[in-house]
Structures are given as C-alpha cells and as structure tokens.
Design a protein around this ligand. Structure first.
Ligand SMILES: Cc1ncc(COP(=O)(O)O)c(C=O)c1O
Length: 442
C-alpha cells in the first residue's frame, strides 16, 4: 500500500533505487536506458561523483540561508557563470526550484517592467498554440495545449494564442520555408494590433517546443521577425528554455541557433541535471534598470529562491559540462542520433516526421505518411509506447495531442549529454522494437 498520491491513481509504479551513467535500476534489478533524461532533466546521467561531492560539501557548510536576509556564495558564483555565457545584456539571474515558478516570475516581471515605466495598461501575454510553459495556473494560462488547459479554462483570464511554427503540418504547398516563417511570425503583429499595443506586455515562446509538440524548432527568419515586431510595439520577448536550454540542443542556449536575443530567458532542467531542483530566470539589463528606477525591487519572491544547496549543485553540473566539453558531445551525438533515426525510421510507414536539434529529437507518428492522418486519440499510441518501451529497458518520452492538444502522437528522445555512440545505437534499437510492438498491438 502506497500513501503517495502518484500521477496515475490506477497504476503501480516501479521503484527506482539506483542510477549509474545513463542507466536507472529498479527495485527488481531491472535496468533501463535513460533515453529521455527523465523528462529532459538528467543531462549528466546519474551518480556523477563531482556533483554529489559538491552537494555534500555545501550541505556541511550551509544548507539554507533565506534570501530575505542573505546572499550566498553558490548563488553568486552560479549567477556569474550564467552571466558570462549569456547572450546580449541578459546579465542578471534569479534562481528557483522549478520551471513553472520561473516562467511565472518572467510573466510577472514583464508586467512590472511596464508598470514601473508608466505603462500600466500592458497586461496581456501572447503565446503560441501547442506550447507548454508549466502547470501552475499562471503558466497554464499562457500554455497552448488544449488537453492540459481544459480542466482549468473557466478559471483563466482571456489568453491570446497565435500559431506555432509547425512546418510539417502547417506549411502550405508551394510555400517556401522563409515565406512560411514570415507568415506565422506576422501573426504576432496582427494579434498585437487587434489587442492594441498599449495593452500587450509580452510574447512567450519555446525556441524548440518540448513535450507538447515534440521537438519542433523554428528558424532565424521566424525569430528575427518576432524580435522586430516586439521591438516595434514595445512588447517584451520571453523565451522558455526550461526543456531546450543549457546545452540540450548543442549550444548552451537554444536561442543562439536562431540568433535571437530575448528580454527574459527561463531555464531549468539541464541547469541542475536533477541533482537538485533548480531553475533560473535571466533578466536583461534593460529590465533591471527600469525596475531599479521604478519601485526599486522585484515584486516577486519565494521561500526557496537562491537556495545555496541547489545553486551548489547547479554550479557543479555546469562546471562538469564545461570541463568535459559536453555541449560539443551533444552536437556530435545529436547528429549521430538523427542519422540513426533517419536510417531506422526514415522510411517507416507510420513515422511522418523526424525532427529536433542536438540531443532533443522526436518522431511524429501517422496512420498514413501521404495524408499525415494521425492515429485515433482513443488508441493511446503514445501511452502504450511508453509502457512497451519500459519492458524493453528503455525510458523514452512519448506524448499525445501533438497536433492540436487532442490528436497526434510523438516520442521524444533526449538522453544525457554523456551518451556514447554505442549507447545511441542501443537506444535506437530498443526504440525500434518498442515502436514495432506497439503499432502491431493497435
Ligand atoms: C518548456 C517548459 N516550460 C515549463 C515547464 C514547467 O517546468 P516544471 O515542471 O519544472 O514546473 C516545462 C516542463 O516540462 C517545460 O518543458
């Protein structure tokens, strides 16, 4: 009998007891290749000695010091590491425990920026359909996944969603990639004009969409236009890199590959690699200066912000990534993974699209490659695939509702940055078996 309110109240969960490198072991002695880093978290794999020692060392010195009274060394050092590698003027960092918490922080500081500068009418956030920004009420409200929002919709303030950059399904026949990117980016301008620029606070997007859409990236044409529109209408640009940031796509920040500079940048999963719960919000100098000249303090805060133990873990994770040049390994193994996926699934009758960047790759499943018709949602392909893969010793990250929050299935592979070529082979072979068995069962 378990007294834990697990995610599903109908299932019995395996008990994870140990991790080693890219593998997790359960209480029955079964071994699983962590092909998804949990949900994009365990970037260093499991049981990294350096990170564990850093946590122990910090725990012996100081576990907690309230940010109401103090700063602390790990927080200062981690902020300096992030500032040093940050694009543009994103020089200030604040730390929390989870992605949603920091996305909320970004939405709130965006609002505060406008109020402190004397534009209090700017309250509206614009987001994209098929995006995911977290599970709190505020972040669900800017999320574009109907399935995840449904239960809470009556509680939300009106949200304004524009199209995602989803070329596989939404690029028209004969339309060039650049024309498509401009067309969807221009939806932001249309929406701002419809709402009145004086009412819009910020636009939020994931540079590479994670769980809801399955590793869908845009391009620099899209984000260049998005930045132009934000600048023209005084709207802040928030990029949510909770999943795709901190090296996952082959550069520290995913937005570097789109040559776009946000005003606020959120990161979480790969920041602490799961060794401690930690997230960060990078804030531009422009915003900090406006707030400094305004009320002089950030009107947001949580008990565990700037937590010394969490920051010590995040610092050790980032030092390990830098010293072992692991982001270069992400680029290398990411290219190899993509090639292996193309080889195994490129001609697969039920794989319509293979996409992603670095070690963040996905397959989108279809009944028919020509018509792109998805499997009926009631078949629950994605959920069955997750279960089947576990029986083959593979953790992968499938999800449903890929197309519109209800229809469509995809699976994400996002293994730890330490993965080797032989382990990529092992992962893809396990996925091949799992996909074949799942589709046969349907
Ligand atoms: C892009 C993105 N934003 C926000 C979140 C929410 O993060 P958390 O679950 O840590 O609150 C997630 C989590 O998967 C995410 O992928």
């Amino acid at each position: 009998m378990s007294f834990v309110a697990h995610r599903s109240l109908k299932e019995t969960y395996r008990k994870a007891v140990r991790g080693e490198g890219i593998y997790v072991f359960d209480a029955d002695g079964n071994k699983y290749l962590d092909g998804s880093s949990g949900a994009g978290v365990s970037c260093l794999g499991h049981s990294n000695e350096r990170v564990i020692s850093a946590i122990k060392e910090q725990a012996e010195k100081l576990c907690f010091a309230s940010s109401v009274f103090y700063t602390n060394d790990p927080t200062e050092e981690l902020a300096a590491v992030l500032a040093k590698g940050a694009p543009g003027d994103l020089k200030y960092a604040t730390f929390g425990c989870g992605g949603s918490e920091q996305v909320e922080g970004a939405l709130k500081i965006a609002r505060q920026y406008h109020v402190d500068r004397g534009e209090p009418s700017r309250t509206i956030m614009i987001a994209r359909r098929q995006s995911y920004h977290g599970m709190t009420l505020g972040t669900l409200n800017v999320g574009g996944h109907i399935g995840r929002r449904q239960l809470y919709t009556p509680m939300f303030a009106p949200t304004h969603l524009i199209a995602p950059h989803y070329a596989y399904r939404e690029r028209r026949e004969g339309e060039t990639a650049a024309a498509y990117s401009l067309r969807v980016a221009n939806e932001l301008e249309t929406k701002i004009l419809e709402l009145g620029q004086e009412n819009v606070a910020a636009f939020i997007a994931e540079p590479v969409v994670g769980a809801t859409n399955g590793c869908v990236a845009a391009d620099d044409v899209y984000f260049k236009r998005i930045r132009e529109i934000c600048d023209q209408y005084g709207v802040l640009l928030i990029l949510d890199e909770v999943f795709c940031g901190m090296g996952r796509t082959g550069t520290r920040h995913a937005c570097e590959q789109d040559s776009v500079l946000p005003d606020l940048l959120v990161m979480a999963k790969g920041l602490g690699g799961g060794y401690q719960p930690i997230s960060a919000l990078l804030i531009s100098e422009k915003i900090i200066n406006a707030v400094k000249d305004g009320r002089g303090y950030i009107a947001n805060g949580h008990t565990y912000m700037n937590h010394p133990l969490n920051c010590a873990a995040g610092l050790a994770v980032q030092q390990e990534i830098a010293d072992r040049d692991l982001i270069a390994n992400v680029a290398k193994q990411g290219a190899y993974l993509r090639a292996r996926l193309e080889e195994s699934f490129g001609q697969h009758a039920h794989v319509g699209d293979i996409r992603g960047r670095g070690l963040m790759q996905a397959l989108e499943f279809v009944v028919d490659r020509e018509t792109k018709e998805p499997f009926p949602p009631e078949k629950q392909l994605w959920a069955k695939l997750q279960k089947t893969a576990m029986t083959h010793g593979l953790m992968c990250y499938p999800n449903g509702g890929t197309i519109d929050g209800i229809k469509g299935d995809h699976v994400i592979l996002a293994p730890p940055y330490i993965i080797s070529e032989a382990q990529v082979d092992e992962m893809v072979e396990k996925l091949e078996k799992s996909v074949a068995q799942t589709i046969n069962q349907l």
